[in-house]
Design a protein around this ligand. Structure first.
Ligand code: NAG
Ligand code: NAG
Ligand code: NAG
Ligand code: NAG
Ligand code: NAG
Ligand code: NAG
Ligand code: NAG
Ligand code: NAG
Ligand code: NAG
Length: 398
């Protein structure tokens, strides 16, 4: 008997199997993707190693850490990290770089998902940070976008998340939008650098839809499309200290496409800059939609030779036949919007012909022309509201 206990005891100490089971209950256990077979040489496909490590991370209790080490480049085919996980929170420490396969034809798509290159779905308390880089190598896909014969995915997609934290990363050259947040509640997104060429198609920085209680701060976004776009079903979103440009500026919408019911409210956009962007702060809706965009504040907006610095466009698709319904735009405040416009029409409030926009408030506006000797002006269509201390003046407000 005695020797049997001794053998059992020795097994417990020596067995890696028992050991790892004990360690799995450790609060902050590290899972290194290299130990799961990832090569990180930028050539071999590391997708299987990432799925294996994810299986263990997602199954671990407590707050596991998935380490993607520095100094390596991991090649991933389109991949889905699914929850729900056992862990209370998961920290993905992305210290190294992630890249797509170079050739478009080489991409292997999973059966169930073609919308993103890297997708995280149904995970609570996910933290992604670490100073690494996510490189979508989109150039070959941007070219084939014009003849529509290739599929261009979002680079990084978060779907159904609670309390997501995303920070301290660089995102470059996504085939389409760099980051999309959908059906998430409670997210903190900060200290990201998002870069793609000015002429790359649809390379939005961050797209948000059907999500609430989101804080976005301290970003630098230079891309070919929207800096940040806020789409239907979104509310309580604060965006501060974001430097945009080149690109298309910060956009609410487009909303109400193809007769859909869109709702956006309680959006605060503060201390953001627009350098050489195609728009500054924009609200765009399609004719024929329903719902609302309301309680939206733009404050401390810095403009440097931006086109369309302040724009509400309720006729976003001029080809749609006029209809009798619209997304209702109301309670929109612009405060301390300053700097230069590259076009004379610095403020354009082009509201719906029948119900118009209501309670549009502009205060402390100073938008001058970036072209010496040129003036700026405001135009309105059915815009109801007030202005004070404004250059240009906005006498067209009803
Ligand atoms: C970003 O991540 C790197 C690597 O982990 C770290 O050294 C650095 O302190 C982080 N920066 C911030 C602002 O968190
Ligand atoms: C979002 O989270 C907050 C705080 O945890 C909670 O009160 C609220 O009900 C959640 N909303 C949704 C739509 O899940
Ligand atoms: C968002 O900004 C508004 C207005 O400044 C503020 O009242 C609110 O507390 C902010 N929300 C968060 C979560 O920071
Ligand atoms: C405004 O944002 C910029 C980054 O774009 C930042 O450097 C600056 O400190 C912010 N200003 C304030 C008052 O927070
Ligand atoms: C627009 O809506 C109609 C009717 O709901 C639908 O048949 C059509 O496919 C939609 N078109 C697009 C482009 O989504
Ligand atoms: C604005 O953008 C131009 C060209 O991209 C750049 O050279 C310049 O430094 C930027 N200005 C500011 C204030 O960021
Ligand atoms: C649009 O959605 C909102 C919020 O869910 C709802 O209150 C409203 O009735 C809907 N409108 C239409 C026309 O479906
Ligand atoms: C639009 O007009 C049609 C036909 O007159 C009517 O049936 C429909 O209820 C109207 N819709 C709205 C939102 O007013
Ligand atoms: C508006 O900005 C211009 C250019 O920066 C400046 O010269 C002018 O004094 C400003 N006007 C007001 C009322 O602040």
């Amino acid at each position: 008997m005695k020797s049997l206990f001794a053998v059992l005891f020795m097994l417990m100490v020596a067995s890696p199997c028992l050991c790892s089971r004990i360690m799995a209950d450790d609060q902050n256990r590290h899972f290194d993707v290299v130990k799961y077979g990832a090569k990180g040489d930028g050539q071999n496909d590391d997708s299987q190693a990432f799925l294996k490590v994810w299986h263990d991370v997602c199954g671990a209790k407590g707050s596991p850490i998935l380490l993607i080490p520095k100094g390596k480049t991991f090649l991933l085919h389109p991949i889905v990290f699914n929850g729900a996980c056992k862990s209370e929170s998961i920290n993905v420490q992305l210290q190294g770089d992630l890249v797509t396969p170079k050739s478009v034809d080489a991409w292997k798509w999973p059966d169930n998902s073609k919308d993103a290159w890297i997708k995280f779905s149904d995970i609570n308390g996910l933290v992604v940070n670490g100073g690494g880089k996510i490189d979508g190598q989109g150039a070959s896909l941007w070219k084939c976008s014009s003849n529509g014969d290739c599929h261009r995915p979002t680079a990084l997609h978060f779907h159904k998340c609670q309390n997501l934290q995303l920070s301290n990363l660089t995102h470059i050259n996504s085939p389409r939008n760099h980051i999309s947040i959908n059906s998430c509640n409670g997210s903190h997104i900060s200290n990201l650098h998002i870069f793609a060429p000015e002429d790359s198609p649809n390379t939005d920085g961050i797209d948000i839809s059907a999500s609430s209680n989101i804080i976005i701060e301290k970003l630098e976004v230079r891309t070919g499309d929207d800096c940040i776009a806020i789409n239907s079903g979104s509310s309580f979103i604060n965006i501060t200290d974001v430097a945009c440009g080149p690109g298309h500026g910060i956009s609410i919408g487009s909303l109400g496409k193809n007769g859909t019911n869109a709702t956006v409210e309680e959006i605060y956009i503060r201390n953001c800059s627009f350098n050489g962007t195609q728009n500054g702060v924009r609200i765009k809706t399609w004719e024929g939609g329903s719902g609302y965009a309301r309680k939206i504040t733009f404050e401390d907006i810095h403009l440097l030779a931006a086109d369309n610095p302040v724009i509400i466009d309720q006729h976003y698709d001029p080809l749609t036949a006029a209809t009798n319904s619209t997304v209702k735009v109301s309670d929109i405040t612009y405060r301390k919007v300053r700097g230069t416009s590259a076009v004379e029409e610095a403020i354009k409030l082009n509201c719906d012909n029948s119900i118009g926009c209501t309670n549009i408030v502009l205060h402390d506006i100073n938008i001058t022309s970036s072209v010496p000797g040129m003036n700026t002006y405001a135009s309105c269509n059915n815009a109801h509201g007030t202005f004070s201390s404004s250059t240009p003046k906005i006498p067209c407000l009803l």
